[in-house]
Design a protein around this ligand. Structure first.
Ligand SMILES: Nc1ncnc2c1ncn2[C@@H]1O[C@H](COP(=O)(O)OP(=O)(O)O)[C@@H](O)[C@H]1O
Ligand SMILES: [Mg+2]
Length: 230
């Protein structure tokens, strides 16, 4: 069997995913294929229910497709067992969610440091990396505040810093501006745009906010589980 060599950061080939069975089955993805070159910021648009979250979860190794192939950073996800997927999520992928997902009792700095603790990074290295990341997202002066003491936009910046902690090659963001007002949301997208350049990361960002699509290198659109050609 021939092996297809791809230099893309993400390669998705004919991916299908259904929830439920029989008459109640929902076909969330119906043969989705695309590639994301390294270093690009790709926006994934589509109405609610079009399959965006399902696709992001599959690309990030949080879920598995029923059919089709997914390659991330050179790995064929089908060839990874649970530990392999865990390592992929820990070492290669950073996740940002609509609801921020910060730990309320930890400070901003401690939240950013969580992935580094999980990897048992040297405490000194961890502190330096956390300080660097907090200044990268413009929150150097807020290190000691807890999520409840930060605005929504600031919380999402902390979440972005945390997602970058282990220097992932791929950043996956699922409607990262969905809980923010338009202006704050735009600033968060501009931050994502900036970190894709400065941290040499590739990003796949689901959003249905049309005003944010201009910042992307490319826009993919999902409609009823299929990629719409532009
Ligand atoms: N865990 C689940 N169980 C059953 N159906 C689901 C589940 N997750 C998503 N779906 C369905 O799959 C389709 C795609 O959902 P989703 O990927 O969340 O879309 P989006 O993120 O674009 O809103 C929708 O019809 C949704 O109701
Ligand atoms: Mg969704």
């Amino acid at each position: 069997m021939s092996q297809v060599i791809t230099d893309a950061m993400v390669r998705v080939e004919d991916v299908h995913k259904s929830y439920g069975t029989g008459a109640a089955a929902v076909h969330a993805l119906r043969g989705v294929s695309f590639e994301i070159p390294r270093g690009e910021l790709v926006a994934l648009k589509g109405r609610s229910g079009s399959g965006k979250t399902t696709l992001l979860n599959i690309v990030g190794g949080l879920d598995t497709p029923d059919r089709g192939r997914v390659h991330v950073d050179g790995s064929d996800l089908a060839g990874l067992d649970e530990n392999g997927l865990l390592a992929l999520r820990r070492d290669h992928v950073g996740f940002v969610f609509q609801s921020f997902g910060l730990i309320p009792i930890l400070t901003a700095a401690e939240n950013v440091g969580v992935p580094l603790r999980l990897r048992r990074a040297d405490p000194r290295e961890r502190e330096e990396r956390v300080a660097l990341l907090l200044s990268l997202v413009g929150l150097a002066d807020h290190a000691a505040q807890r999520p409840g003491e930060l605005s929504g936009g600031q919380q999402q910046r902390v979440a972005i810093a945390r997602a970058l902690a282990n220097s992932p090659s791929l950043l996956i963001a699922d409607e990262p501006t969905g809980q923010l007002d338009a202006e704050t949301g735009h600033a968060v997208m501009e931050l994502l745009r900036a970190v894709v350049r400065s941290e040499h990361v590739t990003a796949l960002v689901a959003t249905h906010d049309a005003t944010l699509l201009d910042l992307a290198d490319r826009v993919l659109e999902l409609s009823d589980g299929e990629i719409v050609e532009h």
